[in-house]
Write a protein that binds this ligand. Structure first.
Ligand SMILES: Nc1ncnc2c1ncn2[C@@H]1O[C@H](COP(=O)(O)OP(=O)(O)OP(=O)(O)O)[C@@H](O)[C@H]1O
Length: 292
Protein backbone atom coordinates (compact mmCIF):
# COMPACT_ATOMS: atom_id res chain seq x y z
CA UNK A 1 0.00 0.00 0.00
CA UNK A 2 1.17 3.51 -0.81
CA UNK A 3 1.19 5.72 2.28
CA UNK A 4 2.41 8.97 0.69
CA UNK A 5 1.79 10.03 -2.91
CA UNK A 6 3.13 13.26 -4.33
CA UNK A 7 2.32 14.04 -7.95
CA UNK A 8 3.52 17.20 -9.69
CA UNK A 9 3.56 19.20 -6.44
CA UNK A 10 4.11 22.96 -6.84
CA UNK A 11 4.40 25.46 -4.04
CA UNK A 12 5.45 29.12 -4.06
CA UNK A 13 6.28 31.46 -1.21
CA UNK A 14 5.30 35.01 -2.15
CA UNK A 15 6.03 34.52 -5.83
CA UNK A 16 9.16 32.37 -5.28
CA UNK A 17 8.61 28.84 -6.58
CA UNK A 18 10.23 26.65 -3.89
CA UNK A 19 8.80 23.34 -5.23
CA UNK A 20 8.45 22.93 -8.99
CA UNK A 21 6.50 19.81 -9.91
CA UNK A 22 7.83 17.20 -7.51
CA UNK A 23 6.63 13.57 -7.63
CA UNK A 24 7.43 10.55 -5.46
CA UNK A 25 5.73 7.74 -3.57
CA UNK A 26 6.41 6.12 -0.22
CA UNK A 27 5.09 2.64 0.59
CA UNK A 28 3.59 1.75 3.95
CA UNK A 29 6.27 0.96 6.55
CA UNK A 30 9.05 2.33 4.35
CA UNK A 31 11.74 4.78 5.40
CA UNK A 32 12.09 7.42 2.68
CA UNK A 33 14.86 10.04 2.65
CA UNK A 34 14.15 13.41 1.02
CA UNK A 35 17.56 14.92 0.33
CA UNK A 36 18.97 18.11 -1.12
CA UNK A 37 21.09 21.14 -0.42
CA UNK A 38 19.91 24.03 1.77
CA UNK A 39 16.90 25.66 0.16
CA UNK A 40 16.15 22.71 -2.16
CA UNK A 41 12.50 22.67 -1.05
CA UNK A 42 12.44 19.75 1.39
CA UNK A 43 10.81 21.53 4.33
CA UNK A 44 8.26 23.16 2.04
CA UNK A 45 7.34 19.68 0.73
CA UNK A 46 7.00 18.32 4.28
CA UNK A 47 4.87 21.31 5.30
CA UNK A 48 2.47 20.57 2.43
CA UNK A 49 2.43 16.85 3.30
CA UNK A 50 1.69 17.68 6.93
CA UNK A 51 -1.21 19.96 5.90
CA UNK A 52 0.38 23.20 7.17
CA UNK A 53 0.39 24.68 3.69
CA UNK A 54 -1.91 24.19 0.71
CA UNK A 55 -0.34 22.94 -2.55
CA UNK A 56 -0.44 25.46 -5.42
CA UNK A 57 -0.49 22.66 -7.98
CA UNK A 58 -0.36 18.88 -8.31
CA UNK A 59 -1.87 16.33 -5.97
CA UNK A 60 -0.70 15.11 -2.59
CA UNK A 61 -2.17 12.20 -0.62
CA UNK A 62 -1.20 10.90 2.79
CA UNK A 63 -2.92 7.65 3.80
CA UNK A 64 -5.27 8.32 0.89
CA UNK A 65 -6.34 11.72 2.28
CA UNK A 66 -5.70 15.30 1.16
CA UNK A 67 -3.41 16.68 3.89
CA UNK A 68 -4.86 20.21 3.70
CA UNK A 69 -8.57 19.47 3.22
CA UNK A 70 -8.57 16.47 5.60
CA UNK A 71 -6.06 17.80 8.10
CA UNK A 72 -8.22 17.17 11.15
CA UNK A 73 -8.58 13.48 10.30
CA UNK A 74 -4.93 13.18 9.35
CA UNK A 75 -3.53 14.96 12.38
CA UNK A 76 -4.52 11.96 14.52
CA UNK A 77 -2.55 9.62 12.29
CA UNK A 78 0.61 11.62 11.59
CA UNK A 79 3.51 12.82 13.71
CA UNK A 80 5.88 15.60 12.78
CA UNK A 81 9.26 16.79 13.96
CA UNK A 82 10.11 20.13 12.39
CA UNK A 83 13.47 21.90 12.41
CA UNK A 84 12.44 24.52 14.93
CA UNK A 85 10.37 23.37 17.84
CA UNK A 86 8.36 25.87 19.85
CA UNK A 87 8.99 24.73 23.41
CA UNK A 88 8.29 26.67 26.59
CA UNK A 89 11.79 27.06 28.05
CA UNK A 90 10.69 27.08 31.69
CA UNK A 91 8.73 23.82 31.57
CA UNK A 92 10.49 20.61 32.46
CA UNK A 93 10.75 17.75 29.98
CA UNK A 94 7.98 15.87 31.83
CA UNK A 95 5.72 18.95 31.93
CA UNK A 96 6.27 19.53 28.21
CA UNK A 97 5.31 15.96 27.36
CA UNK A 98 2.29 16.11 29.69
CA UNK A 99 1.10 19.33 28.04
CA UNK A 100 1.29 17.72 24.60
CA UNK A 101 -0.38 14.55 25.83
CA UNK A 102 -3.37 16.70 26.79
CA UNK A 103 -3.83 17.64 23.12
CA UNK A 104 -3.80 14.08 21.76
CA UNK A 105 -6.46 11.38 21.82
CA UNK A 106 -5.17 8.11 23.38
CA UNK A 107 -1.56 9.28 23.74
CA UNK A 108 1.40 7.04 24.49
CA UNK A 109 2.33 7.05 28.22
CA UNK A 110 4.79 9.85 28.99
CA UNK A 111 7.58 7.59 30.19
CA UNK A 112 7.26 5.28 27.19
CA UNK A 113 7.72 8.26 24.82
CA UNK A 114 10.70 9.56 26.82
CA UNK A 115 12.24 6.09 26.93
CA UNK A 116 11.85 5.70 23.15
CA UNK A 117 13.53 9.05 22.54
CA UNK A 118 16.34 8.33 25.02
CA UNK A 119 15.30 11.08 27.44
CA UNK A 120 14.18 9.05 30.43
CA UNK A 121 16.93 10.52 32.62
CA UNK A 122 15.90 14.13 31.87
CA UNK A 123 12.30 14.17 33.12
CA UNK A 124 12.92 16.94 35.67
CA UNK A 125 15.24 19.08 33.51
CA UNK A 126 13.97 22.42 32.25
CA UNK A 127 13.78 22.66 28.47
CA UNK A 128 16.15 25.65 28.38
CA UNK A 129 18.81 23.54 30.09
CA UNK A 130 18.70 20.82 27.44
CA UNK A 131 21.49 20.59 24.88
CA UNK A 132 20.65 21.01 21.18
CA UNK A 133 20.67 17.26 20.61
CA UNK A 134 18.47 16.65 23.67
CA UNK A 135 15.94 19.18 22.35
CA UNK A 136 15.79 17.13 19.13
CA UNK A 137 15.12 14.05 21.25
CA UNK A 138 12.31 15.86 23.07
CA UNK A 139 10.88 16.77 19.68
CA UNK A 140 11.02 13.11 18.70
CA UNK A 141 9.26 12.09 21.93
CA UNK A 142 6.44 14.55 21.15
CA UNK A 143 6.16 13.34 17.53
CA UNK A 144 5.75 9.77 18.81
CA UNK A 145 3.05 10.55 21.38
CA UNK A 146 0.12 9.91 19.04
CA UNK A 147 1.49 6.53 17.80
CA UNK A 148 1.45 7.92 14.25
CA UNK A 149 1.01 5.80 11.11
CA UNK A 150 3.10 8.35 9.20
CA UNK A 151 6.00 10.24 10.71
CA UNK A 152 7.69 13.29 9.16
CA UNK A 153 11.17 13.93 10.52
CA UNK A 154 12.88 17.13 9.34
CA UNK A 155 16.60 16.76 10.15
CA UNK A 156 15.88 14.61 13.23
CA UNK A 157 19.48 14.05 14.32
CA UNK A 158 20.98 17.51 13.82
CA UNK A 159 23.10 18.37 16.85
CA UNK A 160 23.03 14.83 18.26
CA UNK A 161 26.27 13.13 19.26
CA UNK A 162 27.16 9.91 17.39
CA UNK A 163 25.71 7.67 20.11
CA UNK A 164 22.40 9.54 20.28
CA UNK A 165 22.24 9.52 16.48
CA UNK A 166 22.65 5.76 16.38
CA UNK A 167 20.03 5.35 19.11
CA UNK A 168 17.63 7.49 17.06
CA UNK A 169 18.30 5.32 13.99
CA UNK A 170 17.33 2.34 16.13
CA UNK A 171 14.05 4.01 17.14
CA UNK A 172 13.28 4.94 13.53
CA UNK A 173 14.00 1.38 12.33
CA UNK A 174 11.86 -0.15 15.08
CA UNK A 175 8.96 2.15 14.24
CA UNK A 176 9.23 1.24 10.54
CA UNK A 177 9.41 -2.43 11.53
CA UNK A 178 6.08 -1.96 13.31
CA UNK A 179 4.55 -0.50 10.12
CA UNK A 180 5.07 3.25 10.59
CA UNK A 181 5.86 5.06 7.34
CA UNK A 182 8.72 7.51 7.80
CA UNK A 183 9.73 10.42 5.61
CA UNK A 184 12.91 12.06 6.79
CA UNK A 185 15.22 14.80 5.62
CA UNK A 186 18.85 14.89 6.60
CA UNK A 187 22.12 16.45 5.53
CA UNK A 188 23.96 13.39 6.88
CA UNK A 189 24.11 11.25 3.77
CA UNK A 190 25.54 8.28 5.59
CA UNK A 191 22.48 8.40 7.84
CA UNK A 192 20.15 8.42 4.83
CA UNK A 193 22.06 5.57 3.19
CA UNK A 194 21.91 3.43 6.31
CA UNK A 195 18.29 4.12 7.22
CA UNK A 196 16.26 4.66 4.11
CA UNK A 197 15.16 2.07 1.58
CA UNK A 198 14.02 4.69 -0.94
CA UNK A 199 14.98 8.29 -1.57
CA UNK A 200 14.66 11.38 -3.71
CA UNK A 201 17.28 14.08 -4.16
CA UNK A 202 15.84 17.57 -4.72
CA UNK A 203 17.69 20.50 -6.18
CA UNK A 204 16.23 24.00 -6.63
CA UNK A 205 12.68 22.68 -6.19
CA UNK A 206 12.97 19.68 -8.51
CA UNK A 207 13.68 15.96 -8.05
CA UNK A 208 17.02 15.23 -9.74
CA UNK A 209 17.43 11.57 -8.69
CA UNK A 210 15.05 9.11 -7.05
CA UNK A 211 14.42 5.45 -6.45
CA UNK A 212 15.30 2.40 -4.43
CA UNK A 213 18.43 3.20 -2.38
CA UNK A 214 20.32 -0.07 -3.01
CA UNK A 215 19.43 -0.27 -6.72
CA UNK A 216 20.26 3.37 -7.37
CA UNK A 217 23.65 3.08 -5.68
CA UNK A 218 24.45 -0.22 -7.42
CA UNK A 219 23.88 1.51 -10.76
CA UNK A 220 26.42 4.22 -9.89
CA UNK A 221 30.10 3.99 -10.74
CA UNK A 222 32.40 2.95 -7.86
CA UNK A 223 35.80 4.41 -7.14
CA UNK A 224 39.41 3.16 -7.04
CA UNK A 225 41.97 5.62 -5.66
CA UNK A 226 45.71 5.35 -5.02
CA UNK A 227 48.76 7.59 -4.76
CA UNK A 228 50.20 8.10 -8.19
CA UNK A 229 53.59 6.28 -8.33
CA UNK A 230 56.58 8.53 -9.04
CA UNK A 231 57.52 8.95 -12.70
CA UNK A 232 54.22 7.48 -13.93
CA UNK A 233 52.00 9.55 -16.22
CA UNK A 234 48.19 9.05 -16.13
CA UNK A 235 48.31 8.10 -19.83
CA UNK A 236 50.62 5.16 -18.93
CA UNK A 237 47.92 3.54 -16.77
CA UNK A 238 45.67 0.81 -18.23
CA UNK A 239 42.47 2.68 -17.19
CA UNK A 240 41.51 6.37 -17.35
CA UNK A 241 42.05 8.27 -14.10
CA UNK A 242 41.67 11.83 -12.90
CA UNK A 243 44.21 13.38 -10.56
CA UNK A 244 43.07 14.87 -7.24
CA UNK A 245 46.28 16.30 -5.85
CA UNK A 246 48.72 13.37 -5.90
CA UNK A 247 45.87 10.83 -5.86
CA UNK A 248 44.75 9.04 -9.00
CA UNK A 249 40.99 8.35 -9.05
CA UNK A 250 39.44 5.82 -11.38
CA UNK A 251 35.63 5.68 -11.69
CA UNK A 252 34.42 2.22 -12.65
CA UNK A 253 31.16 0.27 -12.75
CA UNK A 254 33.01 -2.72 -11.26
CA UNK A 255 35.62 -1.19 -8.90
CA UNK A 256 36.99 -4.63 -7.84
CA UNK A 257 37.78 -5.53 -11.43
CA UNK A 258 39.34 -2.10 -12.05
CA UNK A 259 41.52 -2.52 -8.95
CA UNK A 260 42.67 -5.95 -10.17
CA UNK A 261 43.57 -4.54 -13.59
CA UNK A 262 45.54 -1.71 -11.98
CA UNK A 263 47.31 -4.01 -9.47
CA UNK A 264 48.32 -6.48 -12.21
CA UNK A 265 49.66 -3.60 -14.31
CA UNK A 266 51.63 -2.27 -11.30
CA UNK A 267 53.00 -5.72 -10.33
CA UNK A 268 54.27 -6.32 -13.87
CA UNK A 269 56.32 -3.11 -13.54
CA UNK A 270 57.45 -3.64 -9.94
CA UNK A 271 55.37 -0.65 -8.80
CA UNK A 272 53.24 -0.22 -5.66
CA UNK A 273 49.83 1.42 -5.63
CA UNK A 274 50.20 3.03 -2.20
CA UNK A 275 47.08 3.99 -0.23
CA UNK A 276 44.86 1.87 -2.49
CA UNK A 277 41.15 2.36 -1.76
CA UNK A 278 38.39 0.46 -3.52
CA UNK A 279 34.74 1.18 -2.88
CA UNK A 280 31.29 1.04 -4.41
CA UNK A 281 29.37 4.29 -4.86
CA UNK A 282 28.05 6.04 -1.77
CA UNK A 283 25.02 8.25 -1.52
CA UNK A 284 27.42 11.16 -1.14
CA UNK A 285 28.89 10.42 -4.61
CA UNK A 286 25.39 10.35 -6.09
CA UNK A 287 24.39 13.50 -4.21
CA UNK A 288 27.41 15.48 -5.35
CA UNK A 289 26.82 14.41 -8.92
CA UNK A 290 23.05 15.06 -8.92
CA UNK A 291 22.76 18.27 -6.92
CA UNK A 292 25.10 20.48 -8.91
N1 LIG B 1 7.77 31.35 4.18
C1 LIG B 1 8.64 31.57 3.21
N2 LIG B 1 8.67 32.76 2.56
C2 LIG B 1 9.54 32.98 1.55
N3 LIG B 1 10.43 32.07 1.09
C3 LIG B 1 10.47 30.88 1.72
C4 LIG B 1 9.58 30.58 2.81
N4 LIG B 1 9.85 29.30 3.21
C5 LIG B 1 10.85 28.86 2.42
N5 LIG B 1 11.23 29.79 1.53
C6 LIG B 1 12.26 29.65 0.48
O1 LIG B 1 11.95 28.49 -0.29
C7 LIG B 1 13.14 27.77 -0.60
C8 LIG B 1 13.00 26.33 -0.11
O2 LIG B 1 13.04 26.33 1.32
P1 LIG B 1 12.93 25.00 2.18
O3 LIG B 1 12.90 25.42 3.61
O4 LIG B 1 11.78 24.19 1.68
O5 LIG B 1 14.29 24.27 1.82
P2 LIG B 1 15.01 23.02 2.49
O6 LIG B 1 15.33 22.10 1.37
O7 LIG B 1 14.17 22.47 3.59
O8 LIG B 1 16.34 23.67 3.05
P3 LIG B 1 17.24 23.34 4.38
O9 LIG B 1 18.04 22.13 4.04
O10 LIG B 1 18.09 24.56 4.49
O11 LIG B 1 16.31 23.15 5.51
C9 LIG B 1 14.29 28.54 0.04
O12 LIG B 1 14.89 29.33 -0.97
C10 LIG B 1 13.62 29.39 1.10
O13 LIG B 1 14.33 30.59 1.29
Amino acid sequence: MTAIEVNGLRKSHRGFEAVKGVSFEVGEGQIFALLGRNGAGKTTTIEVLAGFQRADGGTVRVLGLDPYADRTALRRRTGIMLQEAGFFPDLTVAQTVDTWRGLIAAPRPRDEALELAGLAGKRGTKVRQLSGGEKRRLDLALALLGRPDVLFLDEPTTGMDPEARRATWGVVRDLAGQGTTILLTTHYLEEAQRLASTMAIMDAGEVVAAGDMAETLAAQAGRVAFRMPAHVHPADLPLPVTLEGGTAVCRAEDPDLAAQTLLTWAAERGLRLAGLEVRTATLEDLFLESAR
